[in-house]
Design a protein around this ligand. Structure first.
Ligand SMILES: [Zn+2]
Length: 687
């Protein structure tokens, strides 16, 4: 541990996480009341340094609040009306005879946290119907929920009622309900259900009813350990061992011992997002570095195979090499975010915070309409039209996969999309085991939590991040009597930031933090103290599929700005039942066939050829074409033979080549990927 310069009452040190773990071991004996209020790992699980806060402790502010309100006013708050037949009153999870499988729980997995984050009474009432049903529809053997499988009806999933998989989503809902309310019945119902699992899994393993449970066992395991940390009942560790043994062997796959990460069509894209966390969830029990480090190795392999610059991968139903015209499913985005959040909390490894921001701030915002009344099943990294045309996806769904609609493509995303932003909000702040708080992911928010032996602190994070380079955190206390308290604050220096600056009350502590560092500031904080973090964002280039060029700045990928023509259409009567009543298309006349030349992207010329313009007049909602807060004017070149093919960018010979197929030099405008609907994000690279 290196102490940086100390001035007056400011003491700042930075260290990497390995060092923090060592330091904290010595602190545990002096643990404060605050730490006991939050749920850290219990032995023999690996000691955790950070813990989730109760739902409601973190309040979204600024653009993030606007985003959550849009969800409340759009699909998330109204899915029981929009998709009434499946998640309305006849759903079997709430006592009806309709759908009994994943779709109802999927919706609640996002509605439940959203309702409490916004403290919205109507939404809380809606969500409570489901949690009450789950907590009261409990059977003698510990099973909860409907167990009657019913005859198949088109558009419903009424069979395989007892399947382990949809229960895994229900477990996540009950955990969140407990984190919002402290309702003790959750502990009793989960304890009973896990005893049922322990008794029945040997005969009916995770893949007994469907194969989803086997691939997604990490979701089940995660909640088993969460309950163990509360009750300490030994049988939960035994159950965890059993669940892990029946789950897809992700660690072996991620170390390349099996070939799924190098083989197209080797697995379902969303299963990979679920499985991504499993080695780390299991590591808490195994404490084997092989498990801990497996996801990092998976990323290294995927960077050469399936990876996309959004932090996701090409996967339209099945996984594929990362051609930017392939699809990326919305469920993959929200499930990968959830996996990264669980991994970040379990390890404190900031790599997962960087990756979480990459998905949340690039892939997620672009896949739903501004009003949250339409979503895409698949997004394309290079997406020049959202139209009814045949594209190179595994599943075609009558050519409607990349439209913005209600049920087009497949209905899973309509139900599952809701968890993305609410859970992201819930992971902006953690309690630290030494009685402090940690901000590892940045967005405007306020946190009210206990520190230093039970003192209630209120920290306001003011920022226009991820567009702005500055994050300002102001310290306040709940009680007027409290003026000062000593506790640590933790911050992340993003991996992309080489020259972070940290100030306390305007005093530059002269402590240059390295990219990827955890900054720990332990001091006596006074009401009104301000921490200012500055993360200078520089334009940089990365190369992806076949050497394609991607422009990045800070946590954001930048993409070609294209004018958008949105049109609303009714689905034909033939398809309305299957795909919903309406959809939006988005098309453009903006030319898009541009590439970049390596000679224009040398370090000496980057500043000259990629000019950043930051707008000051952006309203609250930044995630669209009109409000895009940052523009990069870039020197590009026309790629003459690059033409449209069936609504997508067509083949050229291909992204990286030395041949002279370039036309005139042009200046193009790039805006954040998350603000685009139509775009080129992976550009051909020429000499
Ligand atoms: Zn989906």
């Amino acid at each position: 541990m290196r102490h940086c310069e100390e001035r007056s009452d400011v003491a700042i040190c930075k260290m990497n996480m390995k060092r923090i773990v060592i330091l904290l071991v010595t602190m545990v004996t002096a643990l404060s009341v605050a730490a006991q209020d939050y749920i850290f790992n219990r032995t023999p699980l690996a000691a955790t340094d950070f813990a989730e806060l109760p739902i409601g402790a973190i309040r979204p502010e600024g653009w993030l609040h606007d985003q959550l309100v849009r969800q409340a006013e759009g699909f998330t708050g109204h899915l029981d009306e929009v998709y009434r037949e499946v998640v309305g009153p006849d759903n079997a999870w709430i006592g009806g005879e309709g759908d009994t499988w994943e779709r109802g729980p999927y919706w609640l997995d996002g509605l439940m946290p959203l309702a409490y984050l916004l403290d919205d009474e109507q939404l809380i009432a809606k969500a409570t119907v489901w949690s009450e049903a789950m907590l009261t529809m409990v059977h003698e053997d510990g099973y909860f929920g409907n167990r009657i499988s019913r005859k198949y009806i088109e558009g419903f999933q009424r069979g395989k009622a007892e399947d382990w998989w949809p229960k895994m989503v229900a477990l996540k809902i009950l955990k969140q309900y407990y984190m919002a309310t402290g309702d003790q019945r959750v502990i009793d119902v989960l304890t009973g259900y896990f005893k049922y699992q322990l008794a029945n899994l040997p005969e009916k393993p995770l893949d007994h009813w469907t194969f989803w449970g086997e691939w997604r066992g990490g979701d089940n395991l995660d909640i088993v350990y969460w309950l163990y940390n509360i009750t300490g009942e030994e049988f939960l560790l035994e159950l965890g061992d059993l669940i892990h043994s029946q789950t897809t062997p992700w660690t072996a796959m991620f170390w390349g011992e099996t070939n799924e990460l190098r083989t197209q069509n080797s697995m379902h894209t969303v299963n990979l997002a679920h499985g991504f966390k499993e080695p780390i969830i299991w590591w808490q029990r195994s404490q084997d570095p092989r498990d801990l480090n497996a996801p990092d190795n998976a990323l290294k392999i995927m960077r050469q195979t399936f990876g996309l610059p959004t932090g996701l991968w090409a996967g339209d139903e099945q996984v594929h090499f990362g051609d930017p015209t392939r699809g990326s499913e919305l469920c993959t985005a929200v499930e990968m975010m959830y996996s990264l959040e669980e991994m970040l909390q379990a390890t404190g490894n900031l790599q997962w915070a960087d990756h979480l921001e990459r998905v949340a701030y690039n892939a997620l915002p672009t896949q739903a309409t501004d009003a949250y009344d339409g979503r895409q099943y698949y997004q394309q990294t290079n997406q020049i039209a959202c139209s009814r045309e045949w594209r190179n996806f595994v599943t075609q769904h009558e050519d409607n996969d990349n439209l913005f609609g209600v049920l087009n493509g497949y209905p899973c995303c309509t139900c599952n999309m809701h968890q993305g932003w609410p859970k992201f909000t819930q992971n902006l702040w953690y309690a630290s085991v030494d009685g402090g708080l940690a901000a590892f992911v940045y967005a405007p928010s306020t946190v009210n939590a206990k520190v230093a032996g039970g003192i209630e602190v209120s920290l306001k994070q003011e920022t226009f991040y991820p567009f702005d380079e500055t994050v300002k955190v102001t310290v306040n206390f709940a009680s007027k009597k409290v003026k000062k308290a000593e506790f640590p604050l933790y911050f992340r220096v993003p991996k992309w930031c080489s020259q972070a600056e940290v100030k306390v009350n305007g005093v530059n502590v002269n402590c240059l933090s390295k990219a990827g560092d955890t900054v720990r500031i332990a001091r006596e904080w006074t009401k009104g103290d301000v921490v200012t973090l500055t993360f200078p964002m520089e334009v940089c280039i990365s190369h992806w599929y076949d050497g394609a060029t991607v422009v990045e700045r800070g946590p954001l990928v930048y993409a070609l700005r294209m004018e958008e023509k949105w049109e609303r259409h009714e689905f034909e009567a033939l398809y309305e039942g299957k795909y919903g009543p309406y959809y939006y298309t988005c098309t453009s006349d903006t030319p898009w066939n541009y590439g970049f030349r390596l000679k224009d992207m040398t370090p000496e010329l980057m500043f000259e050829n990629f000019k950043v313009e930051v707008r000051e007049d952006v309203g609250a909602y930044p995630w669209n074409l009109e409000n895009a807060p940052v523009t990069i004017r870039a020197k590009a070149v026309v790629i003459k033979p690059w033409k449209e093919y069936n609504g997508s960018t067509g083949p050229i010979a291909y992204y990286r080549e030395d041949g002279d197929d370039t036309g005139e030099e042009v200046w193009i405008e790039l805006i954040p990927y998350g603000c685009t609907t139509l775009r080129i994000a992976e550009f051909p690279t020429r000499l």
